[in-house]
Design a protein around this ligand. Structure first.
Ligand SMILES: [Mg+2]
Length: 277
């Protein structure tokens, strides 16, 4: 785990907290920590997945002489199976589960007996290609570096431990955060308030000091609302129109790069209301 809990690390943290507190006080900031979602917020997971599927289609066509349409159907089926994945963190092996997705999709499309070896080849090509494309853009890195001079930054991502840790490693984002929390390593994931309280405790801040930023209304935004964070910021890259019943974020942005302006506006509101009383 990135956040070590040994005393030396805690002492270093306290020092940083003091520094950060002084900086926040000097600048009149009311937000002390920002929690970032990973997938489709800081990295373009959807695009990486699409590129990975294209590589598998090429493999099935060139090496195994599948028709393009067959290969596409297989990939579509795997995509559906991935979206329906439901597991309990303690009793899964994600490699087995996802290899089985490919095995079933191939058998459902081509018939015949199950081909575990081919399924493994497809899975590992998909996985390695996807990880290669999981990068944080330079302008996002620069934004994180600047923000971290003023507030704590924490990465809060749902999902299976192994899968998420591999993504974190692939995009080399550890050095941009004060702490990293993976839902699959906790008792509950977003939107449960407990994981947000755990994050607050790690940083020594209160929920009312924190802002959650993410692309998923049901987990990131609902979770931030459940835990009564200061604000939630929904990253709506594709201009999705939410359903009426969806949780209502405090702010909506089309790019995570709009976040510094949002934080400034939150702090302006706080100082204006303080001066008017
Ligand atoms: Mg996400």
């Amino acid at each position: 785990m990135f956040l070590a809990c040994e005393p030396a690390s805690r002492m270093r943290w306290r020092g940083r907290e003091l520094e950060r507190g002084v900086a926040a006080g000097r600048m009149g900031l009311s937000v002390r920590a920002v929690f970032f979602d990973l997938d489709n917020t800081l990295i373009d997971t959807a695009q990486a997945s699409r590129k990975a599927m294209l590589e598998v289609i090429k493999l099935l066509q060139s090496k195994y002489h599948y028709y393009k349409e067959e290969a596409e159907i297989i990939c579509d089926k795997v995509q559906v199976k991935l979206s329906k994945e439901c597991f309990h963190p303690s009793n899964i092996c994600i490699t087995d589960i996802r290899t089985s997705h490919w095995e079933e999709a191939i058998q459902e499309t081509k018939g015949g007996t199950a081909n575990r070896k081919l399924a493994e080849e497809c899975y590992f090509l998909w996985k390695s290609t996807r990880l290669q494309h999981m990068t944080i853009a330079e302008d996002v890195k620069a934004m994180l570096t600047e923000l971290r001079k003023e507030v704590y930054l924490l990465l809060l991502t749902n999902g299976d431990r192994q899968t998420q840790r591999e993504k974190i490693e692939a995009c080399a984002c550890q050095s941009y955060f004060d702490a990293i929390v993976v839902g699959g390593e906790q008792k509950e994931e977003k939107p449960a308030p407990s994981i947000f309280y755990y994050c607050c405790n790690l940083l020594g801040v209160q929920p009312g000091d924190c802002v959650m930023v993410g692309d998923t209304l049901e987990t990131d935004i609902q979770g931030g609302l459940n835990a009564r964070l200061k604000a939630t910021v929904w990253v709506n890259k594709n201009g999705v129109v939410p359903q009426k019943s969806s949780p209502m974020p405090h702010y909506i942005v089309s790019s995570v790069l709009e976040l510094p302006a949002i934080l400034q506006s939150i702090d302006c509101k706080v100082s204006m209301s303080a001066s008017s009383t």
